[in-house]
Design a binder for this molecule. Structure first.
Ligand code: ATP
Length: 480
């Protein structure tokens, strides 16, 4: 017998849960408002709470924080509608154990969840997350942010919601999508990945939705698309931001209704697969530029998981290497100095780049030595040692550092705002001078950034900047 709290302004939901849970022998306390919750929260100890996230006189997340601080051992399940699933992500970050969607589809699910939560031993812990990750060769590391990310992914994997993964190139978006698939009830069905940016619009539509015989030149027979082949599994749409606007309309339709048609087909088919989408560009920016549909983003962005770049979790690099070497059966050791160099590099290609650097080092050391030293690393990393950066900065001493540029931008904005707000008529020359200053400083800052990135290599810098060497010298005040 357990003490269960139900907080929901919908009386039918409260009565339903009271009926369901007291039938199982539990004591159920009901609050239909924040006010009632405040009056009840200190009445005894609750083992479990079902919380609505939207109350007329309060926010469920505030109640959650409150409840967790007074009764830290009370397990909390939040109840959401489809439009509030995003709030569930917040709730889980704040310590809720799980969420259920209203209206309730399956009473059995609630009974099982209650049973599971009230039987401590059956509560899936962080160990389950790590065990699954290890089984599929997915590294999590020790950083809090990554652990929280994988635990969220694990929880949402079991739900029927679309997941959007954001992260720079090579951060492991596909690896995470695969983890979600394996953690879901769909694990026995296919996991199919497609890169929306790698193929032409026409081919992409045919790959996704299939085509009928004769629908285009070369379509010799009917073919199933990924939505059909994935069946009840997971379809991973990588680089979704690259899909054309026409394909986006069709994707929106499948996500909204589950319906689609083959290219050239006339029969409406239904998809049961779950979509996990990924993008290395910020899709909200793409919406504001008009290259991505807002309604599609709304559909995709139900649960957003953002993978941090490797440079923000360099402490995990030695662990990653250890894990990689163990998984591949290499009996090698990286020296402290080598690890330090790897940790001070900025990894624009993220884990993919790290894997390539490890593979290269292993290949160079093979048959020669079991100790990996800086000699086994590419120059871009050994040259990135502290001191080299200072050399790069010394090349253009007049240039502000990027943080300095940030504060310059703030100051500049303020200066223009002050002129704009001034009651007096502003001399236009002052405005023009200020704009000129912005131009000069911005150019200098971008040049500085490129020189830092190329560790002072001017040839590479001009290639990236798309300017001539002469122009670079001009900007660096070395007019020749
Ligand atoms: N968590 C991880 N554990 C183990 N290996 C990883 C992990 N994340 C990434 N990798 C490695 O990095 C490579 C790139 O990962 P992945 O393809 O998932 O990145 P991505 O973010 O989808 O890249 P892109 O943006 O280019 O599509 C993988 O092949 C894998 O070797």
């Amino acid at each position: 017998m357990a003490n269960i709290l139900v907080v929901d302004d919908e009386k039918e939901i409260c009565l339903f849960l009271r009926h369901l849970l007291s039938d199982k022998g539990h004591i159920v306390t009901i609050c239909t408002s924040r006010q009632e919750f405040d009056q009840t929260k200190n009445d005894g100890t609750f083992d479990l709470a079902f919380l609505d996230v939207r109350l007329p006189d309060g926010n469920g997340l505030e109640i959650l924080k409150d409840l967790k601080s007074i009764q830290p051992f009370c397990k909390v399940v939040v109840m959401t509608g489809y439009s509030t699933v995003k709030t569930a992500v917040e709730a889980i970050k704040l310590g809720a154990y799980d969420f259920i969607e209203k209206p309730f589809d399956d009473i059995g699910d609630i009974e099982q969840l209650t049973e599971r939560l009230l039987t401590d031993g059956a509560v899936p812990s962080q160990d389950h997350v790590h065990d699954l990750a290890a089984r599929i060769g997915c590294f999590i590391g020790q950083q809090e942010e990554m652990n929280q990310l994988f635990s969220l992914a694990y929880k949402f994997a079991q739900k029927n919601v679309t997941v959007l993964i954001e992260g720079e190139t090579g951060t492991g978006k596909e690896v995470l999508a695969h983890f979600i698939h394996e953690a879901s009830l769909r694990a026995d069905y296919p996991f199919i990945g497609v890169n929306c940016g790698a193929i032409s619009e026409h081919l992409l539509e045919s790959e996704l939705f299939g085509h009928t015989k004769g629908s285009f030149t070369g379509a010799a027979k009917d073919r199933k698309g990924f939505f059909e082949l994935a069946d009840k599994g997971t379809l991973f749409l990588d680089e979704i931001g690259e899909a054309s606007l026409t394909t986006q309309v069709k994707l929106l339709r499948v996500l909204e209704t589950g319906e689609f048609m083959k290219v050239g087909g006339e029969t409406v088919l239904r998809s049961k697969s779950r979509v996990v989408a990924a993008s290395h560009v910020d899709l909200h920016n793409a919406v504001s530029k008009g290259s991505f549909r807002e309604d599609l983003l709304y559909r995709l962005d139900v649960v957003k998981l953002t993978i941090p770049p490797l440079r923000k979790r360099v402490q995990d690099i030695p662990l990653f290497i250890e894990d990689y070497l163990r998984r591949h059966g290499f009996k090698l050791m990286f020296t402290e100095e080598t690890l330090e160099l790897l940790m001070s590099y900025n990894w624009p290609g993220n884990i993919r780049e790290l894997v390539n650097v490890i593979k290269r080092a292993v290949a160079l050391a093979e048959g020669e030595t079991s100790i990996i030293t800086p000699e086994h690393l590419p120059q871009k990393i050994t040259q990135h040692a502290p001191g080299v950066l200072e050399t790069a900065a010394a090349i253009s001493p007049a240039v502000p550092k990027s943080t300095g540029f940030d504060s310059f931008l703030d100051q500049w904005q303020q200066e223009i705002r002050d002129m704009w707000k001034s009651e007096d008529i502003t001399e236009l020359q002052l405005v023009l001078d200020s704009i000129k200053k912005l131009e000069t400083e911005t150019i200098q800052a971008f040049i500085d950034k490129s020189l830092r990135k190329t560790v002072g290599n001017r040839k590479k810098a001009v290639e990236g900047l798309g300017i001539t060497m002469r122009k670079l010298r001009y900007y660096l005040n070395e007019k020749k």
